[in-house]
Design a protein. Sequence first.
Length: 174
Amino acid sequence: MTYEKIVEYVQKKAAKVKANVDAAVQVDITGEGEGAFYVQAKDGKYEVEPYEYYGHDAKIVADGKDFIAFLDGKKDESVITVEGDADKAVIVKALASKAAEKKEEKKAEPAKKAAPAKKAPAKKAAPAKKTAEKKEEKKAEPAKAEAPKAEKAAPAKKEETAKKAPAKKAAAKK
């Protein structure tokens, strides 16, 4: 990861977190992405700028990959070295703690979601069989119902014609 990408990554993380301490910490990246930048917490907001800050309260030295892993909560603070006021370095540790909290929340959420997901398909499977059976019954019922209607309709027509025929004969006799 390049120096610019590391600074940009820290800026994005800092934009999502509220600062609870006023402090300035310089971060010296070693190895890949080597360079220095500072993180300042003031008035509840973070500011991350890509240059050294000589008036810092503390200085953190870390390898670029390890520092990113630390911020993501994948590695603990043993991968960073703090020089100066360690209490002021908590502003950078706060960025990492937010990542660790989110990581813990994500671990807890899938366990909660997995249990209901297993129950849902079982409930859906049973009604599917019932609906299939009901559809078969409905197909069978109209066929039975139509046959008696046809029988009843035929005699009714014969009676009507039979009634009309004598009426015609009676009219003809007059």
